[in-house]
Design a protein around this ligand. Structure first.
Ligand code: ATP
Ligand code: MG
Length: 182
C-alpha cells in the first residue's frame, strides 16, 4: 500500500484545489522556504488523524483553512489521500482507498468530517482501518523533524516501546489494557 495522490482544497497555503502525485517507492519534495513542503506533511497528519501525537503546526484546527485571501476566506478545508491498495495491505477488497477529512468553520465553532471511500465515518473507524495496515498515531509511519535525534538520545526502555509499536505488539497491549479497565 502506498500513497498515490493527495488532494488539497483550501488547506493551509493551498488556496485552490491541487493534486500532488506520489510514486510507488520514493518521492522527494523540494522547493524554496515557505513554499508549502511541510504543509503537505501537515495534510497527511490531518487526514489520517495522526495529529494527536505528532504536532500539526497550527494552534487550532480552523487555522488550517487557507487565509491568504483576506477578501474571501473559505469556510472549509479538505484533504484527500488516495492509497494504492493493489497488494491488499489494507484488508478491504478495493484497488484504491481514499481517506478524506474536511473541516468546516461556522459562527460558533467548527465541524470535522472523515470519509472512508466516500462514506462518512468516525475518527475511530479511520484509526481501525489504518491500524490493519500498521499505520498508527503512535507509530513512526510519519517521522517528523527531531524524531531521529530523540530516538538516539532516549533510554533503552523507551526505545523498546517504539519497537513494540512498529512490530504491532503495542496495539494488542493497549487493547488488553482497555479491556481490563472496562
Ligand atoms: P521550509 O523550507 O522553511 O521548511 P516549507 O516549504 O516547509 O518551508 P511550509 O512551512 O510548508 O513551508 O509553509 C509555510 C507557508 O504556509 C507560510 O508562508 C505560511 O504563511 C503558509 N500558511 C500556513 N498556514 C496558512 C493558511 N492557513 N493560509 C495561507 N497560508 C498559510
Ligand atoms: Mg518545512
Amino acid at each position: 500500500m502506498y500513497i498515490k495522490e493527495i488532494e488539497f482544497t483550501n488547506f493551509k497555503s493551498f488556496g485552490k484545489k491541487i493534486k500532488i502525485p506520489f510514486f510507488d517507492d520514493f518521492t522527494t519534495i523540494s522547493g524554496p522556504n515557505g513554499s508549502g513542503k511541510s504543509n503537505i506533511i501537515d495534510g497527511i497528519l490531518f487526514v489520517l488523524g495522526l495529529s494527536s501525537s505528532r504536532t500539526l503546526r497550527a494552534e487550532k484546527l480552523t487555522d488550517l483553512i487557507y487565509n491568504g485571501d483576506k477578501a474571501k476566506k473559505p469556510d472549509f478545508a479538505q484533504v484527500t489521500i488516495k492509497f494504492d491498495n493493489a497488494d491488499r495491505e489494507m484488508p478491504v477488497d478495493e484497488e484504491e482507498i481514499t481517506i478524506s477529512r474536511k473541516i468546516r468553520e461556522t459562527e460558533n465553532g467548527y465541524y470535522s468530517y472523515f470519509y472512508f471511500n466516500g462514506k462518512a465515518v468516525s475518527l475511530t473507524d479511520i484509526h481501525n482501518h489504518l491500524a490493519k495496515a500498521r499505520v498508527t498515531p503512535e507509530g513512526y509511519n510519519v517521522v517528523m523533524q527531531g524524531d531521529v535525534t530523540r530516538i538516539i538520545t532516549m533510554t533503552a526502555g523507551e526505545r523498546r516501546k517504539i519497537i513494540d509499536e512498529i512490530a504491532g505488539v503495542a496495539e494488542f497491549d493497549n487493547k488488553r489494557d482497555r479491556a481490563l479497565n472496562e
